[in-house]
Design a protein around this ligand. Structure first.
Ligand SMILES: Nc1ncnc2c1ncn2[C@@H]1O[C@H](COP(=O)(O)OP(=O)(O)OP(=O)(O)O)[C@@H](O)[C@H]1O
Length: 372
């Protein structure tokens, strides 16, 4: 974990019953995208920060103030300065939009008049001033989410937690809300749970990947998606991911031996150190850079990266077909799953179907190798 001295939100807490133990330090004004597979612990992390769950290990603090700790320290949710924006807007149905947004400053003790003024200001900030007198039932999903954002901001939180803010929206409402969040999150300390690499790029300074209740990796968004260190992050970036041991013996320092696949030859990015022979290394490559052949028609001159595999599944993806393959002959221990993107015409010409034996070919120049 990067325990920076300027850490604003510090989580080093766990909930043993859920197998979750997360260490995370967020700087003031920093937005971190929290990503990870189902059940990885994302909601549990939010619950620990927001005060919905008590940690049984470690502590959570903001600005050095302990909000919750395993020793029993406990600041109630409404006194934490932590606002949680759920997937569903969860507005009070019996209050107007304006009253919904004014609720937070009112609850914090602001007089009615200044609470209303703050609510009006936040509603215009999210382009929803014209909705002030409506009831939540009279709002579209996107409008309700805007109002919920205004309500969260009106509480003037130190930390904003957003749980998949676009999950409940139809696809047409998401882009406008994404732009809005990009604006309001700039300079705010926030965690955003998302499954979309686009959101990580647009909204966050950094990505943290949770897997099995632990931080699997964390780093600047572009860097992490370009050179992922976990299969999950590679999947987000749409890259094939293999890991193994660097081999030398004439093959050069940019080759690695991958269990179940064999040798993978690649190129070390400019400016990066080549992993030493014997060291653990990672190779990533784009599905579009993988060519597929039937075993009897592999081009002559034996390409360096030619891996025998069996087609597992064909997945139509717009103008492409994604071919999911399992290395090997379909029996025995399989290597890492690999995918190739072909045009539908190429897939048809190869007469691909699940169970068909193929050879995957990738040029070493298209395979990026770096130390694990
Ligand atoms: N209410 C609960 N009671 C007990 N265990 C739970 C509860 N909710 C989640 N868990 C368990 O805690 C672990 C972490 O789950 P959590 O909901 O935090 O993951 P997540 O990353 O938010 O998943 P998702 O993307 O599916 O929402 C999982 O093993 C899960 O089964």
């Amino acid at each position: 974990m990067s325990q920076s001295p300027q850490s604003f939100l510090t989580v080093d807490a766990g909930l043993a019953s859920r197998g979750v133990r997360v260490a995370l330090a967020v700087g003031e004004g920093e937005t971190v995208a929290v990503m990870g597979p189902n059940g990885a612990g994302k909601s549990t992390l939010f619950g620990l920060c927001a005060g919905l769950l008590r940690p049984d290990e470690g502590r959570v603090s903001v600005r050095g103030r302990v909000l919750a700790a395993a020793d029993g320290t406990w600041v109630p949710p409404h006194r934490r300065g932590v606002a949680l924006l759920a997937q569903e807007p969860l507005l009070f149905p019996h209050l107007s939009v304006l009253e919904n947004v004014a609720f937070a400053p009112r609850a914090a003790g602001a007089p009615r008049r200044s609470a209303r003024a703050a609510a009006e200001r936040w509603l215009s900030e999210v382009d929803a001033a014209q909705l002030a007198s409506r009831r939540p039932a009279q709002l579209s999903g996107g409008q309700a989410q805007r109002v919920a954002i205004a309500r969260a901001l009106a509480a003037d939180p130190d930390v904003l937690l957003l749980d998949e803010p676009f999950a409940a929206l139809d696809i047409s409402a998401a882009p406008a809300l994404r732009r809005l969040l990009r604006r309001v999150l700039a300079g705010r300390t926030a965690l955003v749970i998302t499954h979309e690499p686009l959101d990580a790029h647009l909204l966050a300074d950094r990505v943290m990947v949770l897997e099995d209740g632990r931080v699997a990796e964390s780093g600047p968004t572009a860097e992490l998606l370009e050179r992922p260190r976990s299969p999950f992050a590679a999947g987000l970036a749409g890259l094939n991911f293999v890991s193994g041991q660097t081999v030398s013996r004439g093959t050069g320092p940019s080759s690695l031996y991958v269990q179940g696949l064999g040798e993978v030859a690649g190129t070390v990015p400019d400016g990066a150190d080549a992993p030493a022979p014997g060291e653990e290394a990672i190779a990533v490559f784009r599905p579009a850079d993988v060519a597929l052949f039937r075993p009897e028609s592999v081009p002559h001159g034996s390409p360096r990266n030619a891996w025998s595999a069996v087609v597992r599944e064909l997945e139509p993806r717009g103008a492409q077909v994604r071919v999911h393959c399992t290395p090997g002959s379909g029996t025995g221990s399989a290597g890492p799953a690999l995918v190739a993107d072909l045009t539908p015409a190429a897939a048809a010409e190869l007469d691909l179907a699940p169970g068909v034996a193929v050879v995957l070919v990738a040029k070493a120049a298209a395979v990026t190798v770096y130390g694990a």
